[in-house]
Structures are given as structure tokens and as C-alpha cells.
Write a protein that binds this ligand. Structure first.
Ligand SMILES: C[S@@+](CC[C@H](N)C(=O)[O-])C[C@H]1O[C@@H](n2cnc3c(N)ncnc32)[C@H](O)[C@@H]1O
Length: 244
């Protein structure tokens, strides 16, 4: 979640041409809708793309997709890794099926690279359509439901990368599950760990339950022996952690 257009973000985005028409269109869709702007910044999207290119995860989980802006960044990076690894033929095959599910592909890999979890039913078709427009529907599946219900059912070591950007009040719970379902060496990325729109965690008089939950999450992460971690002060804070 961020709403930091203008200033540094626009300078970086425009200089490095971070957004193409598809990403810009998702931003426009959000502006035209009545709800808040909640996507990650383009600078965060690029950072996540680079981390995926370095880390080369196979199974990625996104918690909270909204209009699919961050999902497009994640799925594009995963697709780029596939292309580099010479799996383009497989991508073409499953794009032809246009079923949005990698699971039905003919390849040996029987799971989607990216699973997007989204609670709001009205967002599901929007996310799917945006992924399809970006020709990423074969890379990602979009699941409707409460993230906690999903997380409870996952086995240990199920994911190589987890990106959390959903309801802040649940962050401490998400941390507990992420610790379990992320494999050793896996990457945990969490948005808004400094606040909702600014660095509200610094204001100790701020007792908004979401800010209290973010602070608790940060303390859990910082105190965990299972992770090597820090917070990058990009937008409203991105936690980055590697599971030991
Ligand atoms: C900040 S927005 C996500 C923005 C998106 N990551 C991006 O950068 O484009 C948070 C999303 O999380 C979803 N959400 C909130 N609580 C959730 C839950 N318990 N389970 C799954 N999704 C949830 C909201 O409906 C909303 O779409």
C-alpha cells in the first residue's frame, strides 16, 4: 500500500521508465474507482523484480492483490526467469490454453509460480483481467478468500518467496504462518512495515490497531532466530528477510 506519487517516486520511475502502459493503466483503474490507492510504488516493484531475478524462486505467494499491480511485477519477474531458463515453449503452450492455471499445463511443473490471495470478491476478476492483459495468466493463479484460512492449510516449506501486503492487523499472524511455510533460504517481503502512508510507527502516541500490529510484527521479525532481516525505508517501509 502506498500513495507516494510525485517527488522522488516519479523521478525514479520516469528516469528508469519503470512502468509500461499496462502498469500505468492499473494505476488509472484505481484512480477511477472509488477506493484508495493501495498499490506498491514502482520503485518497490522494480526492487521486488530484481530480488526475484537474483533469488529465482519457484513458488511465490502474494497476500493481498487489490487491482493486481504488484502481482504483475511479481509474475513478470517470474516469467523472465522462465524465459532465461529456456522454458518459453511451456509458457506459450499454457498461454494458448488461456485457462489462467499453470496447474493444467503439460509441463513437469504442476503448480503455479505465483499464487495471489485476495479476500475481496469484487477484485478477483479485475486482478485476473489485468494479469491476462499482461499475458501472465499462465504464471499466476488468483484465489479468493481470507489469507488466514489459506495459510492454515499450507504445509511447511511450501513457498520460496512470500510477499505480504494485506490487512495490517493480521501481520503478526501472517508472520507466524510465513515462518512455517517458507522454506529455508526463502525470502519474506512485507510492505507497510513503517506505517500506512508515512512512518506512523515512529509516533508512539499512535495507537491505531493497525500500527500496533505493524509494530508487533516488526518486533517478532527482529527477535526471530529464524530470519535474517531488516527494513528498507522505501515508500512506507519494506521488510526484507531471509529464512535461515
Ligand atoms: C494494500 S492492498 C494490496 C495492494 C497490492 N499488493 C498492490 O501493490 O497492487 C491490500 C489488499 O489486501 C486485501 N486483503 C485484506 N485483508 C485480506 C485477507 N484477510 N486475506 C486476503 N486479502 C486481504 C484487500 O482486499 C486489498 O485488496
Amino acid at each position: 500500500m502506498s500513495d507516494f506519487r510525485g517527488g522522488v517516486t516519479d523521478y525514479i520511475s520516469e528516469t528508469f521508465k519503470l512502468e509500461d502502459e499496462i502498469l500505468k493503466d492499473i494505476i488509472k483503474q484505481q484512480s477511477s474507482a472509488s477506493g484508495p490507492m493501495m498499490n506498491i510504488g514502482p520503485d518497490q516493484g522494480k526492487l521486488i523484480e530484481l530480488l526475484i531475478k537474483i533469488h529465482k524462486p519457484q513458488r511465490v505467494l502474494e497476500i493481498g492483490s487489490y487491482f493486481g499491480y504488484s502481482a504483475v511485477w511479481l509474475a513478470r519477474a517470474l516469467k523472465s526467469n522462465l524465459v532465461k531458463a529456456g522454458e518459453n515453449k511451456e509458457i506459450e503452450d499454457c498461454e494458448q490454453s488461456r485457462d489462467g492455471r499453470v496447474a493444467e499445463r503439460t509441463s513437469s511443473r504442476q503448480y503455479p509460480l505465483l499464487t495471489c490471495l485476495e479476500k475481496s470478491s469484487k477484485q478477483i476478476d479485475i486482478i485476473k483481467t489485468n494479469l491476462e492483459k499482461a499475458q501472465l495468466n499462465s504464471i499466476a493463479e488468483v484465489l479468493e478468500g481470507d489469507a488466514l484460512d489459506f495459510l492454515k492449510k499450507q504445509a511447511v516449506d511450501s513457498f520460496d518467496l512470500i510477499f505480504i501486503d494485506a490487512d495490517k492487523a493480521s501481520y503478526p499472524h501472517y508472520f507466524t504462518f510465513a515462518e512455517k511455510i517458507l522454506r529455508s533460504g526463502g525470502l519474506l517481503l512485507v510492505d507497510n512495515v513503517l506505517g500506512l502512508y508515512n512512518s506512523e510507527v515512529l509516533d508512539l502516541a499512535n495507537n491505531d490497531p493497525r500500527i500496533l500490529a505493524i509494530r508487533k510484527f516488526n518486533e517478532m521479525l527482529a527477535g526471530s532466530d529464524a530470519f535474517d532481516s531488516t527494513i528498507l525505508s522505501i515508500q512506507s517501509g519494506l521488510a526484507i528477510a531471509v529464512k535461515k
